[in-house]
Design a protein around this ligand. Sequence first.
Ligand code: ATP
Length: 319
Amino acid sequence: MHLLSVSSLYKQQGSFALKDISFQQSPFQKIAIAGETGSGKSTLLKIIAGLVQPDGGQVLFEGKRVTGPLEQLVPGHPGIAYLSQHYELRNNYRMEELLEYANKLPEEKAQALYRLCRIDHLLKRKNDQLSGGEKQRIALAKLLTQTPRLLLLDEPFSNLDPIHKNILKRVLEDIGKEWQITCLLTSHDPLDTLSWADEIIAMKDGQIVQQAPAEEIYRNPLNDYIAGLFGSYNRFDKTDVVLFPSLSALPMNGKPLYLRPEQFRIVTAADADAVKGAIQQISFWGSYYEIQVLIGHKQVVVKTMQPPDPQQEWLYLSL
Ligand SMILES: Nc1ncnc2c1ncn2[C@@H]1O[C@H](COP(=O)(O)OP(=O)(O)OP(=O)(O)O)[C@@H](O)[C@H]1O
């Protein structure tokens, strides 16, 4: 049985509408909802959490309908925890006091949870002695002491530096594995979610545009919007085969073909499939270089570990 089943959700909010949202989540399946700002991700999470009333459709959690705030006195569902982008921790309390007040777990289990959330060294501190990433993990631990079965995280990676982002990623892995809690999260930077998610749901203008496993959505995006969500890409249409003859070996079926920069190889002129291009720009990205290459009238972006010689004006590409 599905843990979560969302069907035909509809919600009007001013000029924005969430339209016909349907998907299912199995126990322990890791789903990320991706989409540009304003595509409706937070609204969807809040409806699932029972915090916003939908205008149509329904959410089933463990086979039972999640009621909206207009149907119950205290909004929310005891089995579903929702961590907002704008969580608040009370001032003037030590973190251990805040957690103790909320905690429903036996002491030993609570301490294990604080270790898992990497906050056990922060318990004596007050709100103003913590960084944003540390506060977020305290807020997360506080929610988890309520023993939810489904954890909804709204943009957990935004506003985090790479160090705190990586800590949070490890915490989320452990929550799934060690605490058997299913996670559903949103992100407007899906690159953060590729390594974590089993399945990605991409949204635009209140609708689901594509739903697929992480690798599938990265390699076979449905359109330019989805391709762009996951970083640099090259779009090739049928007419581009003249410029790049080896494209004819790839299945296009009348649709554009999206190739990621790392799918090209820099070769020598002697390579049978070599296509000559003019180097336009080289940018350094830490672990790789991105090169803008002009082939005929077409701009192509290529990723490489070895940059060309700075004097070099041309290079040869192959697929
Ligand atoms: N209470 C509200 N009343 C009217 N419009 C709203 C309300 N809440 C959100 N909206 C609008 O609904 C749309 C979707 O908002 P939502 O916060 O769900 O998007 P999002 O994809 O989560 O964006 P972000 O990544 O910036 O958080 C936006 O255009 C927003 O302005």
